[in-house]
Design a protein around this ligand. Structure first.
Ligand SMILES: Nc1ncnc2c1ncn2[C@@H]1O[C@H](COP(=O)(O)OP(=O)(O)OP(=O)(O)O)[C@@H](O)[C@H]1O
Ligand SMILES: Cc1cn([C@H]2C[C@H](O)[C@@H](COP(=O)(O)O)O2)c(=O)[nH]c1=O
Length: 219
């Protein structure tokens, strides 16, 4: 019997708490005997990780930034995501294309129609060019920009994005809200301004409601 691959992306402004919960989700799926591919964007392949280092650290204009994000995504899809889904893995991806719309589109103000065109070019399915690869589920960690800034203040040295002002992240958050409005069935919005244990409870519940994880008592 073939197992169907599952593609889940995690989104939110920097410091929203994605990484904190992705590893626990991976463990929950592994305990069910599922093979998990844990990955991130930009990044996930040797080439895409090099592009990540460039976009996170080097000054560039918004078009260059958008092109590098999609170039990294193209390699990531071809080398990691599509093969993993074909094997039947659960792919847990820290950010995907919604981040490009939210950060480059809403944050930087870059033309959304150009981003849509790049999305068509990069994400068409290998065996069905008329369809785009999209996550089966996108978990959006929604956190006020000010709270995220406070969490990150002590956490690490900020990169090009993390050093943006709170106003930038409010625009990015608006971008995520628009993406969710355009495709509500794909999104689960998590209220990330709660204690870690409560955020985890809500994240886990989303997967239980989908029938992808068993209820707590049966786990
Ligand atoms: N619910 C929470 N309450 C308080 N602090 C939290 C909570 N969740 C995460 N944190 C802390 O906030 C910081 C950022 O969390 P995390 O790295 O998981 O965010 P992220 O969304 O992955 O960020 P980025 O996208 O920038 O990598 C970490 O120091 C983490 O321990
Ligand atoms: C995929 C993607 C990412 N970004 C930004 C968002 C973050 O600031 C960084 C990645 O850092 P993280 O700690 O791994 O979250 O990159 C972006 O601007 N556009 C994108 O498409």
């Amino acid at each position: 019997m073939s197992i169907t691959g599952l593609f889940v992306s995690f989104e939110g402004i920097d410091g929203a708490g994605k990484s904190t919960h992705i590893a626990d989700l991976a463990a929950a799926f592994q305990s069910l005997g599922r093979k998990v591919t844990l990955t991130r964007e930009p990044g996930g392949t040797p080439l895409a990780e090099k592009l990540r280092a460039l976009v996170l650290n080097d000054a560039m204009d918004p078009l260059c930034e958008a092109l590098l994000m999609f170039a990294a995504r193209r390699d990531h899809l071809a080398q990691v995501i599509e093969p993993a889904l074909a094997r039947g893995d659960v792919v847990l991806c820290d950010r995907f294309t919604d981040a490009t719309f939210a950060y480059q589109g809403y944050g930087r103000g870059f033309d959304l129609s150009v981003l849509s065109q790049l999305e068509q070019w990069v994400q068409h399915l290998p065996n069905d060019p008329g369809r785009l690869r999209q996550p089966d589920l996108t978990v959006w960690f929604d956190l006020p920009a000010q709270v995220a800034a406070e969490r990150l203040a002590t956490a690490r040295v900020p990169d090009r994005f993390e050093s943006q002002p709170a106003a930038f992240f409010s625009q990015v958050a608006q971008g995520y809200a628009q993406r969710m409005q355009a495709d509500p069935a794909r999104f689960a919005r998590i209220h990330a301004d709660q204690a870690k244990a409560l955020v985890w409870r809500d994240v886990r519940q989303v997967f239980i409601d989908k029938g992808w994880l068993p209820p707590e008592s049966a786990a």
